[in-house]
Design a binder for this molecule. Structure first.
Ligand SMILES: [Zn+2]
Length: 178
């Protein structure tokens, strides 16, 4: 088990290869300058709102003491005033959501796409776009949104048409063979 990880988190064998790039990308976003320290009750409210939205059990919050800032599947530690701010809470809650998913990583693709969604929902569209742009600039990888399943539905007539086109193509190419 890696000593650099605090608490009980899944998939510690997965390398945290894009952490530095992700930190650099988020720090360039204007929403990351929001240093308005929230009250304890507002922090708790935000944690429970994000949990409800993500359909996860709200994590236990460690909101005081001189300890580390971290997140696991069931705990979020935001002990210092600077961590009781909207961008910090969105970042750490994205870890909690990510650690509750099937594809948990640390600051990988799954985390980055979760973070984008949390920012979009709880900070706003402008900040989401800014983060997306910054991820692209810093080459932070994230998962694309899943496509609508309906998109893949092919009607029988479409299928026949494409088969017909394929036959037409084969006939055309056969003309030149031999
Ligand atoms: Zn992080």
């Amino acid at each position: 088990m890696a000593l650099s990880y605090i608490g009980n988190i899944p998939n510690t064998h997965i390398r945290d290869h894009q952490r530095k790039r992700l930190y650099e990308a988020e720090e360039e976003c204007s929403f990351w300058n929001d240093i308005n320290v929230l009250s304890i009750s507002d922090v708790k409210y935000l944690i429970s709102s994000i949990s409800a939205w993500a359909k996860i059990k709200p994590p236990t919050g460690i909101l005081e003491g001189h300890t580390m800032v971290y997140a696991t599947q069931d705990t979020i530690s935001l002990p210092y005033p600077i961590t009781k701010t909207l961008p910090y809470i969105c970042h750490e809650m994205s870890h909690v959501i990510n650690y509750n998913s099937d594809e948990a990583d640390h600051h990988g693709r799954n985390f980055a796409s979760t973070y984008l969604k949390v920012v979009r929902q709880f900070i706003g569209l402008k900040s989401y776009r800014e983060l997306l742009e910054s991820f692209r600039k810093h080459k932070v990888k994230f998962r694309r949104q899943k496509r609508n399943v309906k998109y893949y539905a092919v009607s029988h007539s479409d299928e026949r048409r494409s088969q017909g086109q394929l036959r037409g193509y084969q006939q055309a190419t056969n003309k030149y063979s031999g």
